[in-house]
Design a protein around this ligand. Structure first.
Ligand SMILES: [Zn+2]
Length: 406
């Protein structure tokens, strides 16, 4: 799945009509969640039926019918997705909040989703027309992407996204991107940190992008300015818009940076091992919050996994237990405080703290792969017992011996 995004250029009146469509999508979603809470909806089909009931009720809710029918369905699906995710979390008995479906409030950042109807691209693919009863009309598509390369039938969905700096159309294109890559004979484990964005098992370090820090300063200033404005005033609206744009530019830059870095990492490795960090848990620790969100780690990870699929490079996430404490050479536990930057073990290994962790991460990933890939063979074949004597025992010990030489 590819997503191309282009800005929509139109008139104020047209944007107002898009707003109405976005509002309607939200109305459908919230109504279905309301009905679910009231016990009227028990399954996905009920959600569809309820959606139809809303659009048929032209006297009470005349606006629902104006939205394209498949778009109405898409928003019923969104509501059901939120409900089923809650059910799943309950079933899995995860601790803490289960994500009870919330009603969506008005937000500037919002979207309405069309499927394969309700819109039409022009012959030259530079204009899009929204054809449902909101009559938003023709918009010019503004962006660097070229839609000519794909068939119209490959466009599964068109999403209209409202942001602080305007309206965008996202095209969800059914296309699997695959690219060739030469073997690099290199495998990397990455350890994420706060002093450096990551350190790999070869000792290579990537610094945190400093520009994000600078942007944070600007955002703080705009935030203060917003809080000084009187509520409901025009100045407050302007200040909120400025703040929203600043946030946008930070997230765009962060995304761009993470994307380029991830592509480089994938292109120069045959396997990448990372820690399965739960960023949400870490953000609870308030002091770290900014640095971590700055660190853009989760975006980077998303891109790693994406490019991993594109180039056929496995990206293995391992549980982060003890990766910085264990010695990568002998396996002993060497406790250290956050501030000590070197790993110094009784076995004689002295290594940068993060580099040691990166080696542990890569080793854990290889172990994980070897158990998941090799399992069926060892269980199915009786012959495997033949080589379980001396051979494996000696190879194990020789592997252990060879490590300190690395
Ligand atoms: Zn050691």
């Amino acid at each position: 799945m590819l997503i191309y995004e282009m800005k929509l250029k139109g008139l104020d009146d047209q944007y107002g009509r898009l707003d109405a469509a976005i509002r309607t999508g939200r109305f459908i979603r919230n109504s279905i969640i309301r009905a679910w809470i009231d016990g009227e909806i028990r399954g996905r089909n009920d959600a569809y039926k309820y959606c139809k009931k809303l659009s048929d009720n032209k006297e009470q809710f005349p606006w629902v019918n104006k939205l394209n029918s498949m778009a109405r369905q898409a928003h019923a699906e969104r509501a059901w997705f939120a409900i089923s995710r809650f059910y799943d979390n309950c079933k899995k008995q995860i601790k803490g909040k289960k994500g009870f479906p919330q009603f969506k409030k008005y937000q500037v950042r919002a979207s309405v989703e069309y499927k394969t109807s309700g819109w039409k691209l022009s012959e030259c693919r530079k204009y899009i027309t929204f054809t449902d009863k909101f009559k938003a009309g023709i918009f010019r598509l503004w962006g660097s992407r070229d839609l000519h390369y794909y068939q119209i039938s490959q466009i599964n969905r068109v999403r209209v996204v409202r942001r602080h700096d305007g309206y965008y159309a996202q095209f969800l294109i059914n296309h699997t991107r695959e690219e060739k890559k030469d073997l690099s004979n290199k495998q990397s484990g990455l350890d994420v940190g706060l002093t450096h964005f990551y350190t790999d098992n070869h000792g290579f370090k990537v610094d945190n992008p400093r520009f994000l820090r600078r942007d944070m300063k600007r955002i703080k200033k705009l935030q203060r300015r917003l809080s000084r404005c009187e509520k409901g005033s025009l100045n407050r609206k302007k200040a909120r818009n400025r703040l929203g744009r600043a946030h946008l530019s930070v997230s765009r830059r962060r995304n761009d940076w993470a994307c380029k870095l991830a592509r480089r990492v994938i292109q120069s490795n045959d396997l990448v091992a990372i820690e399965n960090l739960r960023v949400r848990n870490m953000i609870k620790n308030h002091k770290l919050a900014k640095s971590i969100s700055d660190a853009a780690w989760s975006k980077f990870r998303e891109w790693l996994e994406y490019f991993g699929r594109v180039y056929g490079v496995p990206v293995v996430a391992v549980e982060p237990a003890y990766t910085s404490i264990n010695c990568s050479s002998c396996g002993a536990k060497v406790a250290k405080s956050l501030s000590s930057r070197t790993h110094q073990c009784g076995c004689g290994l002295v290594l940068d703290r993060d580099e040691n962790a990166a080696i542990n991460i890569l080793q854990a990933a290889l172990k994980k792969l070897s158990t998941t890939v090799g399992q069926t063979e060892s269980n199915d074949s009786g012959e495997f017992d033949l080589c379980c004597g001396q051979e494996t025992a000696s190879s194990k010990s020789s592997r252990r011996k060879s490590k300190p030489n690395q």
